[in-house]
Design a protein around this ligand. Structure first.
Ligand code: ZN
Length: 249
């Protein structure tokens, strides 16, 4: 298939190495599972990158060949170098899509792109999460049957979620304990689209679930760049080169 969307799945890959319970659920790493789910779509070309690789696996060359980057991080946000964060931010502003997953809400890249603290309430209590669809016509929810889907066990994330209002609200979640949370939203920053999606605590097999895989595939297609990149430039246009000079009367 021509013109496949090139996806780089980035994983912090720390819990998988340090917590046996996580390694058991995700023997190929969370990034490996997320990548396998996306790779079921023949329209996607999927690669992975992790924190411990040189330049966190996000070299200029890799990012230049990435249409959509997905980001899962939690324990090591501070270990992501500012230089790489700046590089990813620049690519998003130019037009690369970014999917930020679960605890990635506190990553440097998400906080920088949002411009807010991105804090929230949380609780680990094996709760059911019910994610309500806000717009049944939105491309990201196509294929989900019914008005909501449920994750049988996940961490509770609750409001207030310190983000700017999303440009498009896709899901609102409701947890067993009663809290609600804006669990899926799309943001535009310059020429790039960002999708934040709440499910995916590391001790539950969330990324194997069919609805989650479906949403991620839909999101990658939705936020992939559809036109030329917007490269940063601020050219000086001398008066004689004005496209349509205004003549003084
Ligand atoms: Zn979590």
């Amino acid at each position: 298939m021509a013109n496949k969307i090139r996806v780089t799945v980035w994983g912090e890959n720390v819990h998988e190495k340090e917590m046996p319970v996580v390694a058991k659920i995700y023997p190929k790493g969370m990034h490996g599972c997320i990548a396998d789910g996306l790779a079921e779509d023949p329209g996607l070309e999927v690669k992975t990158a992790t924190l411990d690789m040189p330049e966190h696996g996000l070299t200029e060359e890799v990012l230049a060949k990435t249409d959509v980057l997905t980001w899962w991080g939690h324990a090591a946000h501070d270990r992501v170098s500012d230089e790489i964060v700046w590089r990813v931010q620049t690519r998003v502003l130019e037009g690369m899509g970014l999917v930020v997953l679960h605890s990635g809400h506190y990553s440097k890249i998400f906080r920088r792109l949002m411009g807010t603290q991105c804090s929230l309430c949380w609780r680990e209590a094996d709760e059911i999460a019910r994610h309500w669809i806000c717009n049944p016509g939105h491309p990201i929810v196509q294929g989900i049957e019914g008005r909501y889907f449920e994750v049988p066990q996940d961490e509770m994330y609750g409001e207030p979620f310190a983000i700017p209002s999303p440009d498009e609200q896709i899901f609102i979640a409701h947890f067993e304990g009663g809290e609600v949370f804006r669990s899926g939203g799309v943001f535009r920053r310059q020429n790039g689209l960002i999708f934040y999606f709440q499910p995916g605590h590391e001790t539950y097999p969330v990324y194997y679930q069919k609805e989650i895989k479906l949403v991620l595939k839909n999101a990658v297609h939705y936020i992939a760049p559809r036109g030329p990149l917007w490269k940063d430039s601020a050219p000086h246009i001398p008066p004689e080169q004005s496209p349509i000079p205004i003549t003084k009367k």
